[in-house]
Write a protein that binds this ligand. Structure first.
Ligand code: ZN
Length: 59
């Protein structure tokens, strides 16, 4: 299985947080936690979710 990666700064945050995961689904779950803890964003809006999905890329 190929891994995927995501960088928080691709959402426009000044943030160096990034992660690598096995599936896009796992990335979305961890991004949701990160946005809640680090960016005071309790919910993933549809717009943010779209941005996350388009920013997820293969490693
Ligand atoms: Zn961040």
């Amino acid at each position: 299985m190929s891994a995927v990666a995501f960088e928080c700064k691709s959402l426009g945050f000044s943030c160096e947080w990034a992660l690598r995961a096995d599936t896009p689904r796992e990335v979305v779950d961890r991004v949701r936690d990160h946005l809640r803890c680090a960016h005071n964003t309790p919910e993933l809006s549809a717009e943010i979710l779209r941005k996350v999905e388009s920013a997820i890329h293969p490693v």
